[in-house]
Write a protein that binds this ligand. Structure first.
Ligand SMILES: Cc1cc2nc3c(=O)[nH]c(=O)nc-3n(C[C@H](O)[C@H](O)[C@H](O)COP(=O)(O)O)c2cc1C
Length: 186
């Protein structure tokens, strides 16, 4: 039997969504499923998804929005996504997803609510926490750091003093990847 192949495309501003894409791909490869990981900043032109057995889209959230590249990808590929009958998953990385009382709300707002605007429905999706990075090597500008301090404090319920806080729950991410593998097998 030939190996199944999944396309994982993502848009990441500060690295959290990218790290999740890489982790999901690792889990797939460990389970003999090929994973092609594509940063939509680098490549976003696909004719169709005929060569893939599954598709996962990941997006960073900033001020309630996906990245521009994810938005463009979904807009441009909406007809292909609509007719893709194989497993389709979507995830976001967002600071508020790490907050228990916000999780269910942001998961709906950031994924199915937005996809509906493109006429796309989704059954398999999840919202993961993000990273709060105030380190020297951070990709955040000073204003972004300032906003993040406020959002981070709200999301963690505590003062974010650390240089680098990772709010991603790797068990949750593994569960998402393994659940997707089940869909591929079904
Ligand atoms: C300027 C700014 C705005 C943000 N806005 C939101 C937001 O509206 N909701 C949210 O849950 N997280 C928000 N975040 C947190 C990001 O979602 C988090 O940093 C995540 O790691 C982003 O994914 P990325 O690292 O892949 O870019 C914001 C972060 C910054 C810097």
């Amino acid at each position: 039997m030939t190996e199944k192949k999944v396309l994982i495309v993502y848009g990441s501003r500060f690295g959290a969504t990218e790290g999740v894409a890489i982790k999901i791909a690792e889990i797939f490869r460990d389970n003999n499923v090929l994973a092609e990981v594509v940063d939509l900043k680098e490549k976003s032109d696909f004719d169709n998804f005929d060569n893939y057995d599954g598709l996962i889209i990941g997006s960073s959230i900033k001020i309630g929005q996906w990245t521009r590249h994810v938005k463009n990808f979904v807009r441009n590929m909406r007809l292909e996504i609509q007719k893709f009958t194989k497993p389709f998953g979507f995830y976001v990385c967002s600071a508020y997803a790490a907050l228990e009382e916000q999780y269910a709300k942001v998961k709906e707002e950031y994924i199915p609510d937005k996809l509906t605007e493109f006429g796309i429905s989704i059954d398999y999706y999840d919202a993961f926490g993000g990273v709060i990075d105030f380190s020297e090597s951070s990709r955040m500008g000073w204003l972004e750091k300032k906003i993040m301090k406020i959002a981070g404090n709200q999301a963690t319920g505590a003062q974010v003093e650390e240089e680098y806080t990772d709010l991603r729950d790797w068990d949750q991410i593994e569960k998402f990847a393994l659940g997707f593998l089940d869909l591929l097998k079904a």
